[in-house]
Design a protein. Structure first.
Length: 151
């Protein structure tokens, strides 16, 4: 019998969670190291709470992450959260009252805005940002897979 797609999914050796996967920054600031220990040099400092990051590897208490620009390195797991967020990648992302471009527009989110995910359907995510809540098209967002559904 052929393997189902989820059976071939790569899993982290520490958490047994899927790799890659999205998380967010729990801390307001995080040192990003060249390797998975405190003895490794700091290459970057991420300075944005709730920034979406993609975990691409695990080693002990360390997670190898990258941001939307592909920059990253190793961060201690305690600085990361399972709370899902996205960052707006398009010039202006429209937030609608329903997952339909014909619905009433609630707000517009500028490029670089970080929003919390409430839920995601196939092509749309319901977001919370700046006191607004509404639906945005996934194509305008980084931090969620194209076919990913979140409830």
């Amino acid at each position: 019998m052929p393997a189902l797609p989820q059976d071939t999914e790569e899993r982290g050796p520490v958490t047994n969670l899927p790799l890659p996967r999205f998380v967010s920054m729990k801390a307001a600031e995080a040192n990003v190291r060249r390797g998975p220990s405190l003895t490794h040099r700091i290459d970057w400092v991420f300075k944005r709470r709730d920034l979406p990051l993609e975990i691409i590897a695990e080693h002990g208490h360390w997670r190898r992450v990258r941001d939307r620009d592909g920059q990253g390195g190793w961060i201690h797991y305690s600085l990361l959260s399972g709370t899902r967020t996205v960052i707006v990648e398009s010039d202006m992302a429209n937030l609608y009252s329903k997952p339909d471009p014909g619905a009433m527009m609630v707000a517009q989110l500028e490029m670089g805005v970080v929003a919390r995910i409430d839920e995601c359907a196939i092509d749309w995510c319901r977001l919370m940002a700046g006191g607004y809540r509404g639906w945005a098209e996934k194509a305008a967002l980084w931090g969620v897979e194209s076919g990913e559904i979140l409830e």
